[in-house]
Design a protein around this ligand. Structure first.
Ligand code: 3HC
Length: 296
């Protein structure tokens, strides 16, 4: 792998306008930090209700920031002026990068990335926010595999400092360097990881959450006790089951299943607790119930 720290600053891939595709939790967070860093952002979701909810959520977060005295009302006005929301994917035609944060499904990601390649300028970088999937496979579906880069953000995006930057097999050094620069400019600390299922963080974090769910499933302790134990005994900022609820139990299950398939190793076998909760529609915070009840 190249030493990206030593690469020259790129001049032909300077990013001024950012497209974000998918206005769910991750997409909204990515749009938020990008606007706060002064970038023009086009946030697109094909579902108008999801888009409206995201814009409302951003303004709620900014209103709280005003209340806390962190920003002025005028600054929030500037943020809103930088943010264009749309349901038409053709509005990405003049952006310098698209950060796609849609559903974690390889076939849908490939189809959508191919479409982005047809809409965007030839130089536009196509970044994909994925928990675990192959950047090379997604890139190969597009007309510009050298400009496709993995850009893995963490939930909650405005708080978590890390971005994993993952080149695919044919990703150019220029594209990687441009994404590293952008990550820093939006206030994040990037690390480069080679393409491998789960990259760095999820390769380690998901089996940990899975084991916590096994401890729960075996009745060794309640969700509250497990989380308390890991917070007070291992210094975690939040317990593993609360974290599963935050990330989405469906996502955690999908990553476990992907690991089993990719590594052909049963050590990643997902906990039955995940399957039962997903079957019941208890996906965590986003559905109002998971290991905990958020409806009250
Ligand atoms: N959105 C925006 N800001 C948030 C937030 C959210 N959802 N949740 C908390 N914050 C902010 C608060 O406003 C507060 O800001 P302030 O200090 O400026 O007032 C600050 O974060 C601290 O919040 P709280 O005091 O309410 O709560 P905590 O101190 O307990 O922190 C936490 C909450 C940041 C979520 C912390 O518990 C934590 O770091 N948890 C671990 C999260 C984690 O591991 N994320 C990675 C998940 S894996 C992933 O995303 C990858 C995927 O591919 C699976």
């Amino acid at each position: 792998m190249e030493n990206y720290d030593e690469l020259e600053e790129v001049i032909d891939m300077e990013i001024k306008k950012i497209g974000v595709l998918g206005a769910g939790t991750m997409g909204a967070g990515i749009a938020q930090v990008s606007v706060e860093a002064g970038y023009s952002v086009v946030l697109i979701d094909v579902v108008p209700e999801i888009l409206a909810k995201a814009v409302k959520g951003l303004n709620k977060a900014w209103a709280r920031a005003v209340e806390k005295g962190k920003v002025t009302v005028e600054t929030v006005g500037n943020y809103n002026a930088l943010l264009i929301s749309s349901t038409d994917i053709n509005d990405f035609k003049d952006v310098d990068i698209v950060i796609e944060a849609i559903v974690e499904n390889i076939d849908i990601k490939k189809k959508v990335q191919k479409q982005l390649g047809e809409i965007c300028k030839p130089d536009t970088i196509l970044a994909t926010n994925t928990s675990a999937l192959s950047i090379t496979e997604i890139a190969a579906a597009t007309n510009r595999p050298d400009k496709v880069v993995g850009m893995h953000f963490f939930n909650p995006v405005p708080v978590m400092k890390l971005v994993e930057v993952i080149p695919g097999v044919v990703t150019s050094d220029d594209a990687v360097q441009a994404v590293l620069e952008l990550s820093k400019k939006i206030g994040k600390e990037p690390v480069v990881a080679k393409e491998s299922p789960g990259f760095i963080v999820n390769r380690i974090l998901i089996p940990y959450i899975n084991e916590a769910a096994n401890v729960y499933q075996e009745g060794i302790a309640s969700a509250e006790e497990i989380d308390k134990a890991m917070k007070l005994g291992a210094g975690m900022p939040m317990g593993p089951l609360a974290l599963a609820d935050l990330v989405g139990i469906d996502i955690v299950l999908a990553v476990c299943e992907f690991f089993v398939k990719e590594f052909a190793d049963s050590k990643y076998r997902p906990s039955l607790a995940f399957r039962q909760k997903v079957r019941a529609g208890h996906l965590g915070k986003k559905s109002g119930k998971g290991f905990y009840d958020y409806s009250k």
